[in-house]
Ligand binder design. Structure first.
Ligand code: GDP
Length: 196
């Protein structure tokens, strides 16, 4: 898939603020610092469109990025915000659930997990929750360039110990924003989902 155009469209915390143009949407979720902004920037071929930062939990809105005037990538706030109060966490939870459970334009969910570590409790809960949504799911193992050669082969089998990956709607991809590993495959998956 060739991205010819992309732009930041809107940030939203409730349905009335979501885009109204009925284009297909792909949501991206993952814990803070997993490499979500980097993946969005890499995929869109932009340096700083999605803000990359090392301040966990800073992005607290759903951010919509329009690609090729044809579909949106939706950056879902990172989960696991240590510095945020319980009340705020619940509000984020509700906002995210509202969006993921009711948005008719949503046609796929990308769940990012850091390839260097075993999935966290939050990763596992998010994945199990995602399975209930009845959406195509792409599990992306990020930062593959940081792994040693002998670790590369083990990523998927280790993930399979924590997540039940055996579902028709689930695909797993290893990825790096630095080397662009499997960028084309990421594009293929997205293209397939937004054109269905
Ligand atoms: P976000 O919080 O999930 O949006 O994460 P960011 O995209 O801001 O990335 C968090 C940190 O990980 C930043 O320092 C990035 O430069 C770094 N990072 C992201 N993706 C990769 C990757 O594929 N390889 C390496 N080596 N570092 C990455």
């Amino acid at each position: 898939m060739i991205i010819k155009q992309s732009k930041y469209a809107v940030s939203a915390v409730k349905e009335s603020q979501y885009p109204q143009d009925d284009l297909p949407e792909i949501a991206l979720a993952g814990r803070s610092n997993v490499g979500k902004s980097s993946l969005i920037n890499t995929f869109l071929g932009r340096k700083n469109l999605a803000r990359t930062s090392s301040q966990p939990g800073k992005t607290q809105t759903l951010n919509f990025y329009l690609a090729n005037e044809a579909f949106y990538l939706v950056d879902v706030p990172g989960y696991g915000f240590a510095k945020v109060s319980q009340k705020k966490r619940e509000q984020f939870g509700e906002m995210i659930q509202d969006y993921l459970e009711t948005r008719a334009d949503l046609c796929g969910l990308i769940l990012l997990i850091d390839a260097r570590h075993q999935p966290t409790k939050d990763d596992i809960s998010m994945y199990n929750y995602a399975l209930l949504l009845n959406l195509p799911i792409l599990v992306v193992c990020t930062k593959m360039d940081k792994l040693k050669k002998n670790e590369v082969q083990q990523v998927q089998s280790r993930l399979g110990k924590y997540l039940d990956l055996n579902h028709d709607n689930v695909t797993v991809l290893t990825f790096s924003s630095v080397t662009k590993l499997h960028l084309a495959e990421l594009g293929d998956w997205i293209e397939d989902k937004v054109s269905e």
